[in-house]
Design a protein around this ligand. Structure first.
Ligand SMILES: [Zn+2]
Length: 130
């Protein structure tokens, strides 16, 4: 809470570079839009495409929504979502056609990270919480 959203310059909606960000207040909520300058029209006015990014508070925007792999990145401020993302990704690997090589790489990476995470957890248990 009270943390400023970290904005990355690629639109999570359309994948284009964000030219500017715009906030719009509706009632007591603030919504965020990405603006894409698409050049100028015949009268020299800027053509701007707007993409709705969601309510401002509590959101951390990430590079892209990975909808093609069944994952929509949401508010990372919500730590529980991390587990949801990981589970979704793993489930995608189970149900989608993935080649042998990729699967082997994924398993290797998972094993590596399982060890790293276990080490981290052990260190956390050894050290008193700060
Ligand atoms: Zn966009």
């Amino acid at each position: 809470m009270g943390r400023k959203p970290k904005v990355i310059r690629i639109c999570p909606r359309c994948g284009q570079r964000i030219s500017a960000l715009a906030k719009q207040k509706v009632g007591d909520r603030v919504y965020l839009y990405a603006q894409h300058y698409l050049g100028t029209d015949e009268n020299g006015r800027r053509i701007i495409k707007k993409c709705y990014l969601g309510p401002l508070d509590g959101y951390v925007y990430v590079t892209k929504m990975h909808s093609d792999i069944g994952l929509t990145l949401r508010a990372m401020a919500d730590k529980r979502r991390l587990l949801e993302y990981i589970t979704t990704l793993l489930n995608t690997l189970l149900v989608k056609d993935v080649d042998e090589e990729t699967l082997e790489e994924v398993l290797e990476t998972l094993t590596e990270y399982t060890d790293k995470l276990r080490d981290k957890l052990e260190r956390m248990k050894e050290l008193p919480a700060k």
